[in-house]
Design a protein around this ligand. Structure first.
Ligand code: SME
Length: 162
């Protein structure tokens, strides 16, 4: 896809995310709608899912929530495990262009080649994250990162006002 084509695609998806945010009654509905939208419209987003920190769990653990794509064996992830654990414990977006070269990577599907994980903040603290896998190397550029970070931020705001 040419760069301008991708830019306009991402713009359309961004507008749709804002529409879904207005239509959703709960954060849970918004999370489900975001997984469906990103998985359907962003052709390189082959697995899209939320992991949320289990309230009160000690040690902290990320629990799989709404997702679209193949079933994953990783339904509970501790913070010292995987790209998911790295994003949640650092509070920073992690983009991995080639999962084979990252020793932290927990394999979900043999087809996955790149991954982005964006933390979700609620009242300034990490409450979960939005995780996306692609069957393509380096699928997540700057605009993808902005889009996924926007989605994570909207969910965080909805959780704050819940
Ligand atoms: N690859 C992730 C595990 C979750 S699956 O991708 C759905 C990780 O390394 O943490």
């Amino acid at each position: 896809m040419a760069t301008t084509e991708k830019t306009s695609k991402i713009e359309d998806v961004r507008k749709e995310v804002n529409r879904l945010n207005s239509a959703a009654h709960t954060a849970d509905q918004l999370m489900e709608a975001i997984t469906l939208l990103l998985h359907e419209k962003m052709l390189k987003y082959n697995w899209v899912g939320f992991y949320m920190l289990e309230p009160g769990a000690s040690p902290p653990v990320l629990v799989l929530g709404h997702y679209q794509g193949a079933m994953t064996p990783h339904t509970r992830i501790h913070l010292h495990q995987g790209i998911c654990g790295a994003a949640a414990s650092s509070g920073k977006t992690v983009v991995v262009d080639d999962v084979k070269s990252d020793p932290r990577y927990l394999a979900c599907s043999l087809e996955t080649k790149s991954e982005i994980v964006v933390p979700i903040f609620v009242d300034g603290k990490v409450a979960g994250e939005l995780d996306i896998d692609s069957h393509f190397l380096a699928a997540f550029g700057f605009e993808d990162r902005e889009l996924v970070e926007d989605c994570a931020q909207l969910v965080g705001k909805r959780l704050e006002s819940a």
